[in-house]
Design a protein around this ligand. Sequence first.
Ligand code: G6P
Ligand code: MN
Length: 445
Amino acid sequence: MKLTILGGGGFRVPLVYGALLTDRGAERVTEVVLQDPDERRLHAVTRVLGEQAAGVPDAPAVTATTDLDEALRGARFVFSAIRVGGLEGRAHDERVALAEGVLGQETVGAGGIAYGLRTVPVAVDIARRVARLAPDAWVINFTNPAGLVTEAMSRHLGDRVLGICDSPVGLGRRIARVLGADPKEAFIDYVGLNHLGWVRALRVAGRDELPRLLGDPALLGSFEEGRLFGADWLRSLGAVPNEYLHYYYFNRETVRAYQEAGKTRGAFLRDQQARFYAEAADPAVSALRAWDRTRAEREATYMAENRESAGAGEREAEDLSGGYEKVALALMRAIARDERATLILNVRNRSALSALDADAVVEVPCLVDASGAHPFAVDPLPGHAAGLVCAVKAVEREVLAAAESGSRATAVKAFALHPLVDSVTVARRLVERYIEVHPGLAYLA
Ligand code: G6P
Ligand code: MN
């Protein structure tokens, strides 16, 4: 079974390959094709994977190519994990927004819109090629902003593209643990858009355990999101939001903290990873050891700016290791082996969330089997949450429209309508600045 990884020279690819190496079951991946436009990145990551595979019997064979079409032909699964504009692009996304006094972050607010505007045209091109060259392949989209990018691709691939994120399952796991429940036995009623969702219930044997958490200040203070949002606010909401909602509920504080931080997360990762790729180019150096050192450093600083300013502690290592690669592998397995699994995924809404239309990509629990992912029917969102979800979906739709038409006015509309951009004047300036710094936005000029 052939798996193609787009963005195959990316820093997180060894996590995916490491997970594949532990898979001994039937219908497993035997061939991995890494595709990336950058030869140097491919070379570095191929070396890491080679060292990971040493001594592992039947390790999946790895090849690398810069040719997208060649990589796609014959693929049964395609992981799309590209980063258009690289981490340099992310650093610009974050810096430009903060300079205008609004949130500068990878996926939320102005930064996320800029990232989306750059990424959608490339993702659409990939989707069209998959539809032509590998029409039976399943595409698992890792690329952020994941909900928006998955929706762009779904317009060409229908339900054969599924978007993933590690944050809902991570949140569910932390809540289950605090409640003394087995995360595997719990049904997490998590609903929203990517990086914009809420856990409204956690059912164990049909019983909702969340009220027990919300009623207990000590329990609320004992896990990350409890400290991040504060017990009072969680009780007011009657739900536990995804950590990314911190950017909405505590916007001023985060913007200020990020402005004062000096270096953005994107700039930090850009410099850190540049060192890794330089080291891994030296044949005398163990690429795996260089990668592992860089990974540990990255994890130690995981969203640290945000956490510290909110008075919350560091993320537990266990959460970090249960990331994207685990979700992707569980999803691939459920489809390839027709093993039913319940996973929180980004899929077309159908009728799951009544506030949105059928084609809107939403993040909801799904039943997955060989026929794909089927969203569970979920309870409607309360007014405040439905309002936010609809507002952000409307922004995503403007991003998709701007990417399709190349209209600068539509791009301005996308920024201006975002709840975290507080003036049309600011939106206009953001579009100007982003076009100046991003070659990938030349189509809007
Ligand atoms: C979580 C999110 C991802 C996001 C990442 C950022 O895993 O689910 O969508 O890309 O955090 O982490 P980073 O280390 O790149 O700041
Ligand atoms: Mn995510």
